[in-house]
Design a protein around this ligand. Structure first.
Ligand SMILES: [Zn+2]
Length: 484
């Protein structure tokens, strides 16, 4: 019998807020809960007061259908809502309106480019549902807080719950999936996933054949890799020691970088799902679906291929550009201002500028760094005003401080030295310090390059090469006539 390989099995459950909506899912309250004072964007519907009746936000349904189509799913013929009952302070009605019996979307898929070729991750279902209120722990965590605060501004925000099949086997694949999903949602204009709490990830993790552990509370994409790697290692250790992994829910602790058992919910809860009698099913016509399909924008895969072709850049660079909509937009905006060498520009953006935009959400793009800055660096390189090394050094100042490249030339002392008397003095020094090189240069014109190089080194590359060369030639000629 073959030894077990202890392969990981990962399924994801992603909650995505439809941040493009102005209002909540079932009432007219503003959906902007982040900037408003707590409990100001509320009404009887989202506070769950008796007798309040929900009205579905039609735009939310249309956005959900577009997400379904972009993820290659089948759109339900009716939008139906169910009640999921549980008792918790973030839920004023004591039930959440969600979709259980018939999700708005089933059977989708996303293709990933992994190290081992194309991999398809299936989407089991997408539910449209409402976000609960936001619980704030004044002490930072439940254990350190004698009481909690609740902000119902978030209560009723439209949410998509996207559930995958357990098709991923490594943390890297899970990361690639989420990265692709995020880019698709950004291109659809559904979610500004960089906003705090706009994309939340739970994962089901197991070693093939073993019990499943649900890891909750993974806050960011970079944390996903860490959390899953930790959990898979923990479970493998168990199996290797001959122990059984317990079926449980665990929380990712981003500070200690471990998963910890959740104290609540050891068994499946009975949510007593039932169709919401206040929300009769809404038929979804095939014309509407067709109209929404026609209105789909260019999605990341198509955009990657177009960028590679239109700008003659390598496919792997185009792939990096489309991982974030803002990054691809930034490149295309700069490409309208600078057209000579797209490949060099794309590389500079991806390798140099990005290297200094440390935050995961690229908030610096368009806020600090502008497309003009990128285009200007390329022009300065073309004109020979700066060297490649200087362009690379500039990247840090442009990315972090939004400095204008032209202003940086002065600030960083990159200006060319064209002052003849100053250069003459430096040439004198170089001649004095390198008598052998001077003798060589008198015989062999090719050896002049060495002397030019020495002047460059003394001026940290700032000496004007043409003037420098002329001064050296003049001085050599002078020596020749003197020696005769
Ligand atoms: Zn409301």
């Amino acid at each position: 019998m073959e030894a077990p390989k202890l392969e990981g099995v990962i399924g994801l459950e992603i909650h995505v807020q439809i941040t493009s909506l102005k209002t909540k899912l079932f009432c007219n309250c503003s959906a902007d809960y982040r900037s408003a004072p707590p409990n100001t964007h509320v009404c009887p519907v989202c506070l769950g007061l008796p007798g309040a009746l929900p009205v579905v936000n039609q735009e939310a349904i249309e956005k959900a259908i577009q997400v379904c189509l972009a993820l290659n799913g089948k759109v339900a013929s009716k939008v139906r809502f169910d009640r999921k009952h549980y008792f918790y302070p973030d839920l004023p009605k004591n039930y959440q309106i969600t979709q259980y019996l018939e999700p708005i979307c089933v059977d989708g898929w996303v293709e990933l480019e992994t190290g081992n070729g194309i991999k398809r991750v299936r989407i089991r279902r997408i539910n449209l549902e409402e976000d609960p209120g936001r619980i704030v722990y004044p002490g930072g965590s439940p254990a350190n807080s004698p009481y909690v605060l609740i902000d119902y501004n978030r209560s009723g925000i439209a949410l998509l719950e996207i559930v995958t099949e357990p098709d991923m086997t490594t943390p890297e694949e899970a990361y690639l999936f989420l990265e692709k999903l995020r880019s698709i949602l950004e291109h659809l204009g559904v979610c500004d996933c960089g906003l705090e709490g706009a994309m939340r990830v739970d994962a089901n993790v197991s070693i093939r054949g073993g019990e499943r552990v649900e890891v909750k509370n993974i806050g960011s994409l970079s944390e996903v890799r860490r959390a899953l790697a930790y959990e898979l290692t923990r479970q493998r250790d168990f199996v290797l020691k001959g122990l059984k992994v317990k079926r449980e829910t665990r929380h990712w602790d981003p500070v200690r970088k471990v998963t910890l058992p959740a104290r609540i919910k050891e068994t499946e809860e009975d949510y007593r799902y039932m169709p919401d009698p206040n929300l009769p099913p809404i038929p979804v016509g095939s014309e509407l679906v067709e109209k929404l399909r026609q209105a789909l924008p260019e999605l990341p895969d198509a955009r990657m291929k177009r960028l590679a072709k239109q700008y003659s850049i390598p496919l792997n660079v185009a792939r990096v550009l489309v991982t974030r909509k803002v990054l691809a937009d930034f490149f295309e905006d700069a490409a309208r201002m600078y057209t000579r060498d797209y490949k060099r520009m794309a590389n500079y953006l991806v390798n140099d500028l990005l290297n200094w935009l440390k935050d995961e959400d690229l908030r610096g793009l368009y806020r600090k760094v502008l497309p003009e800055h990128l285009a200007k660096v390329m022009e300065l390189l073309d004109k020979g005003v700066i060297s490649i090394r200087q362009a690379k050094e500039m990247a840090e100042y442009i990315a972090k401080q939004g400095k204008d490249p032209e202003a940086l030339i002065k600030e960083l002392g990159y200006e060319r030295i064209t002052d003849k008397s100053l250069l003459k003095r430096i040439v004198e020094e170089v001649f004095h310090e390198n008598p052998k090189a001077v003798r060589d240069a008198l015989e062999n014109p090719k050896a002049v390059n060495f002397l030019v190089g020495m002047v460059m080194r003394k001026t940290r590359g700032r000496a004007d090469p043409a003037i420098t060369r002329r001064l050296i030639e003049e001085k050599l000629q002078h020596l020749r006539t003197k020696n005769k």
